[in-house]
Design a protein around this ligand. Structure first.
Ligand code: ZN
Length: 310
């Protein structure tokens, strides 16, 4: 454990006298309903529910598959919903756009030149949100690959990506950070658990990683993850109040320590009757967090603030 031992944030740790920082984030793995891998995934989900006892509603999953085929959900809808939910509390968030090889199961599910993506990015920026890079599975730990992705984001979307979070939270320690640093990123948000709740290694605060070979402090800030939607609902199989309370149990110690609470909710679980609990839990968490008056900012703003305090 490398947990920071303080029980409350020292005055001035966060702007505006806030007790803790709040980083709301979303990985954009997909934007299209009618997309072969997404529909295949939905079909497999239905098969596993029928054969292997996976949790979920076969009726709602079939309805979702039918909708994807015959009346796909407009790609902007989920983003509009997320931005509205966050704006209720004056919150802004960061969305990580995936760039990787297309046509592969773990690759990109959308094109960066898709007009819908352009509209989504404009909408996020108009709401004061940030666009970062969702680092590709097939580019893992490759400085040149990450750099190319930054350039493609700049050329196709006019976005200067400052932050990165790797797809599937792929992370291998200093090699990951060194590759991201070499590609010019200022912060990473990959450091977290993909199968359980709470901060990895008890890290409740942003930190600047060191290169173990030289002891050099890297030119990169890590914003550690607190709670992601997947482990809550998939690995732990929770729903409703149970999910909310489990998430809160992981979040509260971070607030108590004056740390950074980072949430990761995927855009494609919104406006989905089968995943209504995912959205409901997010809404409830935002309301609870708002009541504690956090400093909520984009990843880029949080990283810049943390750097200025060093
Ligand atoms: Zn992802």
């Amino acid at each position: 454990m490398q947990a920071d031992s303080s029980n409350a944030g020292p005055a001035g740790r966060w702007p505006a006298g806030a007790q803790f920082g709040l980083f709301l984030s979303h990985d954009i793995d997909k934007i299209h309903d009618r997309e072969p891998f997404y529909m295949l995934g939905s079909a497999n989900h239905i098969r596993r529910m029928l054969m292997g006892g996976e949790k979920g509603s076969v009726r709602l999953a079939l309805r979702r598959l039918g909708r994807a085929l015959f009346a796909p959900k407009p790609p902007e809808l989920d983003f509009q919903t997320i931005l509205e939910l966050e704006a209720r509390h004056g919150f802004r968030s960061t969305f990580f756009v995936l760039h990787d090889r297309g046509g592969c199961r773990k690759g990109s599910r959308y094109s960066l030149t898709a007009p819908a993506l352009r509209r989504i990015v404009k909408r996020i920026q108009a709401a004061g949100g940030e666009i970062g890079l969702h680092g590709g599975y097939y580019r893992f730990n490759q400085a040149a690959g990450y750099r190319e992705s930054r350039e493609v984001l700049r050329e196709t979307l006019g976005v200067e990506a400052i932050g990165i979070r790797n797809h599937f939270l792929r992370f291998s320690g200093p090699e990951t950070w060194l590759a991201q640093e070499a590609a010019g990123f200022q912060y990473d948000a990959t450091f977290g658990y993909s199968d359980r709740l709470g901060p990895r290694e008890g890290r409740r605060l942003p930190f600047i990683p060191e290169d173990p070979a030289t002891g050099r402090k890297m030119d990169l800030v890590e914003l550690p993850l607190t709670v992601m939607d997947m482990p809550l609902f998939r690995n732990l199989g929770l729903n409703g109040e149970g999910a909310l309370e489990a998430a809160w149990k992981a979040i509260e110690p971070v607030i108590q320590a004056g740390g950074l609470v980072t949430l990761l909710w995927h855009n494609d679980c919104f406006n989905e009757p089968e995943y209504a609990d995912w959205q409901w839990t997010y809404e409830q968490l935002l309301a609870r967090l708002a009541a504690r008056n956090p400093w909520c900012a984009t990843g880029a703003e949080i990283a810049a603030w943390w750097r200025s305090k060093q």
